[in-house]
Design a protein around this ligand. Structure first.
Ligand SMILES: [Fe+2]
Length: 511
């Protein structure tokens, strides 16, 4: 079911008095007069809702009093989905750096294993998992996830398609004869680690927004235009993979919003590998071992995130990993788990980055959620302890580019270390800022949390010497890497214009 149009007749007047424009009242009639004045009038209106298949019955409720003091005026009878077991919201992720295997994860109301069928007659059977209300956390204060925002996630199916060729197009469908099949979908495998060219998109803090003007507890207004712009790029064959670095759906304990998010990203995540990092809005909660003791995940504590987005991580609740695609080694960390120098995660990132063969993958990109540098104001945007513990390792490992989100805008630095510019880019013949990493001095940082959440403005009069470009617009980072250079562009999703561009070059592949 995609669109459902309930019509309301009586009782509408009370609602209209609170929100007179919402239903565009038509055919107004007075039903009761006193002393020539109309006491009770009626009118009619219609609303259209964009509804996705969330497997469970839906009721439409008309209420007055706003969200603070809701009073039910009219309640529809439950509306059923004709196909609650339908396989839905398939999305892809890499499991390794070969480009020959890719994982498909999807959702269904049915627990029985299903299949993905792909290529020329290949098939794989799904592993099935889910999570329960008992897996959610609560505290002295009730949490959405456990106490009032719970929604049954159905079953999450996952299967790895193997025997593929890197950087090639294949098709698949998923489901079973008993629950039905998805449409046939075309997808592209990422390039193998060590090959030359990679075209990727990266961003943070996207979330979702309703398509029908309705209200929910958290809305990220830029997400629809960002998804549309990225889908257009994928349709033109210009994207090999995607990285979404934390603050994924902003469901934050209102579990049904994961389904809305998965539906929204389908046009891109079903077509190319969609790799993720965890953010505070997936992980943080009181007494659950997150670095930051905040209720930001609404009690989810990373459980839905890890179920919907299985990444090649070492274990449950250790959401760090690395992957190589063409000439780039990408190290993905969790800023929400212990990163102090004696922690397991720190030791892992140190080993991971030390082991990179820079003749095979000359570029090292480091990704996580919370930034080390931002000019946007806001308490707690940058944790000085995180910078103190981890920044020296970035320099020591000769990281080329550091990508973070969390702050909702775009900002690019010089090559920076301990807030000092170690090197400035030089304009190339096309006027593009070019960093020469043949003569490595320090990483370039970019904040790319501008993919959906309401934007953070920059204060006037920023004079951080390390800040070279600051843009508060919705969009995403477009990257193109060969062994000799990386080109990065910040794309405005509404105008599709490139608002900032820079290059990092390397004369030879030995570093
Ligand atoms: Fe965040």
């Amino acid at each position: 079911m995609d669109d459902f149009t309930p019509t309301f007749d009586d009782n509408i007047a009370a609602y209209m008095s609170n929100d007179p424009d919402y239903l565009s009242c038509k055919k107004k009639e007075c039903k009761k007069y006193r002393n020539g004045r109309c006491l009770v009038s009626t009118c009619g209106g219609a609303l259209s809702f964009h509804v996705i298949n969330i497997r469970t019955d839906i009721e439409f409720v008309l209420f007055s009093g706003g969200f603070e003091a809701p009073c039910i005026l009219k309640r529809s009878s439950p509306v059923r989905f004709a196909t609650p077991n339908k396989p839905l919201y398939g999305h892809l992720s890499s499991i390794d750096s070969t480009g020959t295997s890719i994982r498909l994860t999807w959702v269904s109301g049915d627990q029985k294993p299903q299949q993905v069928q792909y290529g020329d007659g290949k098939k794989q059977t799904s592993q099935v998992t889910t999570f329960s209300q008992d897996d959610m956390q609560s505290s002295a204060l009730p949490s959405p996830a456990k106490d009032f925002g719970w929604h049954d996630p159905g079953f999450i199916h996952s299967a790895v398609m193997t025997g593929l060729k890197p950087l090639s197009n294949f098709s698949y469908r998923y489901g079973s004869d008993s629950v039905g099949w998805s449409n046939e979908i075309q997808f592209r495998t990422p390039p193998a680690g060590g090959s030359d060219e990679l075209k990727f998109l990266a961003f943070g803090d996207m979330g979702k927004a309703p398509r029908d003007g309705s209200t929910e507890h958290y809305i990220q207004p830029g997400s629809l235009s960002v998804i549309q712009a990225m889908a257009d790029e994928i349709n033109s064959g210009q994207v090999d993979s995607i990285f979404h670095i934390g603050d994924i759906s902003y469901a934050t304990g209102f579990l049904v919003e994961w389904d809305f998010f998965l539906h929204q990203i389908s046009p891109v995540a079903s077509r190319v590998s969609y790799m993720t990092a965890i953010g505070n809005h997936e992980r943080d909660y009181i007494d659950t071992g997150s670095v930051y003791i905040t209720p930001d995940s609404g009690g989810e504590s990373g459980v839905p995130y890890e179920t919907y987005f299985p990444m090649p991580t070492p274990a449950k609740d250790k959401p760090w990993y690395s992957i190589e695609q063409a000439s780039v080694h990408i190290t993905v960390i969790s800023t929400e788990h212990d990163w102090s120098q004696n922690s397991e995660q720190y030791q892992w990132m140190r080993r991971d980055m030390a082991s990179v063969d820079r003749s095979k993958t000359p570029w090292l990109i480091f990704m996580g959620h919370r930034p080390m540098y931002t000019s946007a104001e806001g308490l707690f945007s940058v944790d000085p302890k995180f910078v103190f513990e981890v920044e020296p390792l970035l320099l020591q490992s000769k990281v080329d580019l550091v990508l973070f989100g969390h702050v909702h805008n775009y900002e690019r630095t010089c090559t920076v270390y301990k807030s000092q510019c170690k090197g400035l880019p030089v304009k190339d013949e096309n006027g593009i800022d070019t960093y020469d990493h043949s003569n490595y001095s320090a990483p370039v940082h970019a904040v790319i949390g501008m993919a959906g959440f309401t934007l953070d403005k920059f204060p006037t009069g920023v004079n951080n010497p390390w800040s070279l470009s600051r843009i508060s617009q919705f969009g995403y980072l477009r990257g193109y890497a060969t062994k000799k250079e990386m080109k990065l562009e910040f794309v405005n999703a509404d105008t599709r214009k490139v608002e900032d561009r820079f290059r990092i070059t390397k004369a030879s592949s030995s570093n």
